[in-house]
Design a protein around this ligand. Structure first.
Ligand code: HEC
Ligand code: HEC
Ligand code: HEC
Ligand code: HEC
Ligand code: HEC
Ligand code: HEC
Ligand code: HEC
Ligand code: HEC
Ligand code: HEC
Ligand code: HEC
Length: 364
């Protein structure tokens, strides 16, 4: 989260008022600046309703509970939106959500109040127009037909270019992990923030490891097929997501993975990092030489089975090609090269070895 100049934001006053409201409602929020608090206190007094009377006398108890519940429901509804949003929510209210199929087709408009974008206690929280633009023509339409469109539309087949839509989001989200967005693979292909994110929905699928993949697969069909191969990373099982390895807001030319291939893999497979007394050169170079991380038909996510895998590089006069001669193994039987773990029957520490005597050829 970066540069949001609160001082310039016209909505901030009302938001400060909201802040105070939230605080008095025992949400446990503290105001950051006393100056704002004093300001807010002036404008807020009119908004604070008298709390519903809660009487504990036995006869009135039931009634009191009902009162309290009603008051709570009212307060909750009121808290759903920011004050700056009133100019829009005069027309866009719960009725929008009640239209048939609305909740499936479109996320509920007001439920944005239940997301991080609805945190009243946060002065950086966007109002409707921060995202949809000023929309003056739309807002002030007095005719009887359909109003002109709002300035910025996010829905499917929208005439608003991806870049313009993204700019809205980036006005608050350019910092941190999104610093390289403009040069990212996704930005260069006109993918919008909202191709992945749903902001009106209480549940943004992109941020759920399990549901996230469905979004990715809508555009990356090949990866869906790879992920259901006999060996795969436990992505379909929900144990990890695409973003366990990928940083989709970034611009790594190497398939948008988080860092180098090996450093990405080491975050979970630490034991493969070593350091080893005897390194196996391709392992230290790139795990991807032997493994395909999405999924393969070969055990252990290997690009190919041993011995073929090994024979790509090891040949010549060595027993790697001429599989009947192993001078010191006492096992000249070619079967050991093919059955079971094949070459790894003997070279079991294929990722590197810490043998203390001589080069043990990854055998211990
Ligand atoms: C005077 C009532 C009114 C006000 C005020 C109003 N809208 Fe609308 N809005 C409508 C109506 C009616 C539609 C449906 C138009 C249609 O079906 O094409 C609509 C549609 C929309 C849509 C969907 C457009 C589309 O084609 O998908 C968005 C987004 C929207 N409004 C945002 C806003 C925002 C943001 C504000 C405040 C700046 C706002 N509206 C204020 C009446 C209003
Ligand atoms: C953080 C940015 C953001 C804010 C704030 C925001 N919207 Fe939206 N709005 C979107 C996006 C993005 C969509 C597309 C659906 C989605 O991703 O959830 C959308 C969809 C809509 C739609 C449905 C359009 C359609 O054709 O179905 C309406 C109506 C709407 N917004 C009105 C509002 C109103 C009213 C507010 C203020 C209460 C508001 N929006 C606040 C970004 C925002
Ligand atoms: C006016 C500023 C502002 C704008 C514009 C804005 N956001 Fe945000 N966004 C925020 C704030 C504040 C948070 C809460 C940050 C936090 O809790 O650290 C947030 C949080 C988020 C989160 C994380 C939600 C979560 O559950 O943790 C996502 C995703 C997000 N925004 C996407 C978007 C997208 C997509 C757009 C454009 C359609 C957008 N934002 C526009 C201010 C903004
Ligand atoms: C290709 C899909 C995709 C696109 C496009 C995308 N995001 Fe995200 N975003 C994600 C996913 C997935 C996560 C969850 C990341 C995680 O779990 O590591 C996320 C997380 C976030 C978060 C919360 C955590 C964080 O990284 O700060 C914010 C805020 C956010 N995105 C904003 C944006 C904005 C703004 C844009 C457009 C400039 C955008 N995203 C474009 C998929 C996407
Ligand atoms: C709206 C379509 C769309 C969505 C949704 C989407 N992507 Fe992409 N993605 C693209 C396009 C287009 C490219 C550019 C390269 C290409 O054509 O494969 C790309 C590129 C990538 C690349 C880099 C590929 C390379 O060859 O360098 C990765 C990794 C990636 N996306 C991961 C994801 C993940 C993970 C998600 C879900 C969180 C996701 N994408 C969601 C459209 C999308
Ligand atoms: C275990 C780590 C890991 C996971 C999980 C993962 N990827 Fe990848 N992905 C990689 C690596 C490594 C590459 C290859 C990078 C390179 O060397 O170019 C890659 C490459 C890609 C590419 C570029 C084309 C290709 O196949 O080389 C796309 C697109 C992609 N991944 C999408 C996804 C999607 C979508 C998901 C979730 C369903 C996902 N990835 C999950 C590690 C992972
Ligand atoms: C976010 C954590 C994570 C990252 C990052 C990761 N892995 Fe994994 N990996 C796992 C998990 C979890 C398993 C499954 C372990 C199990 O089932 O016991 C696994 C299993 C494997 C397996 C064995 C598969 C089998 O069926 O025997 C290989 C090989 C592997 N990973 C290679 C890689 C490579 C190469 C990378 C980097 C491109 C990588 N992993 C990145 C978590 C990760
Ligand atoms: C020279 C090929 C090669 C390279 C390069 C390679 N591996 Fe492997 N890897 C294998 C083989 C072969 C197996 C199967 C071992 C067996 O069957 O005994 C394996 C198995 C695995 C396994 C599952 C079994 C275990 O040992 O935990 C993981 C996890 C793994 N590799 C991770 C990695 C990581 C991470 C890298 C990069 C640092 C990497 N591999 C690089 C050949 C390679
Ligand atoms: C991408 C090429 C490549 C692949 C694939 C590969 N290796 Fe290697 N391997 C090397 C290189 C390079 C060396 C170090 C150079 C050397 O000493 O010959 C090496 C060294 C070795 C050594 C130690 C040799 C020595 O003289 O110290 C053994 C044993 C070995 N590899 C076994 C295997 C096995 C078993 C496989 C299959 C699982 C395999 N390698 C796959 C490239 C590869
Ligand atoms: C039955 C056990 C056994 C099997 C199976 C085996 N090796 Fe070896 N390998 C050895 C022994 C023992 C040495 C040490 C030989 C020496 O020092 O003269 C060795 C040495 C090597 C070397 C380094 C010396 C050389 O000859 O180049 C390479 C490379 C190698 N093996 C690759 C492989 C490959 C590839 C496979 C699978 C096709 C394989 N080995 C299968 C036991 C085995």
């Amino acid at each position: 989260m970066s540069a949001r100049n609160n001082g310039v934001n016209p909505g901030v006053h009302m938001k400060a008022a909201r802040k105070l409201l939230a605080a008095t409602a025992c949400v446990g929020v503290f105001l950051a600046t006393t100056a704002l608090a004093a300001d807010a206190a002036k404008s807020v007094s009119a908004n604070v309703g008298t709390p519903a009377p809660i009487q504990l006398a036995a006869a009135d108890e039931k009634q009191a509970v009902i009162h309290a519940a009603e008051a709570e429901a009212k307060a909750e509804k009121k808290d759903l939106i920011l004050k700056g949003d009133a100019k829009c929510t005069g027309c866009h209210d719960e009725a929008d959500d009640a239209a048939p199929g609305m909740l499936e087709l479109h996320p509920s408009v007001l439920s944005i109040g239940k997301t991080k974008h609805g945190t009243q206690a946060d002065g950086r929280t966007p109002t409707c127009t921060d995202c949809h633009g000023d929309s003056d023509d739309h807002m002030n339409y007095k005719g009887s037909g359909k109003p002109p469109k709002p300035s910025i539309l996010f829905t499917k087949n929208t005439p608003t270019p991806a870049e313009t839509r993204n700019e809205r989001c980036l006005s608050c989200h350019q910092g941190g992990k999104h610093i390289n967005w403009q040069s990212s693979t996704h930005a260069s292909r006109d993918v919008a923030c909202v191709s992945c994110h749903q902001v009106h929905s209480r549940r943004d699928k992109a941020r759920d490891r399990f549901a996230q993949t469905e979004i990715c697969y809508t555009c990356h069909k090949e990866q869906r097929a790879q992920m259901i191969r006999p060996t795969h990373h436990p992505v379909p099982e929900g144990e990890m997501g695409c973003t366990s390895c990928h940083d989709v807001h970034n611009d790594n030319p190497k398939g948008l993975i988080k860092s180098s291939t090996n450093d990405t893999c080491y975050t979970c497979h630490m034991e493969k990092r070593g350091p080893f007394v005897f390194e196996h050169q391709p392992v230290a170079e790139d795990c991807g030489i032997c493994h395909k991380p999405h999924g393969t038909t070969t055990p252990s996510l290997l690009v190919q089975r041993a011995p073929l895998l090994c024979q790509q590089c090891h040949g010549g006069n060595s027993h790697a090609q001429n599989m009947s001669s192993v001078s010191r193994s006492g096992n000249p039987d070619g079967q050991a090269f093919i059955n079971g773990r094949a070459c790894m029957n003997c070279h079991s520490n294929i990722h590197g070895s810490n043998a203390t005597t001589g080069n043990a050829n990854f055998r211990k």
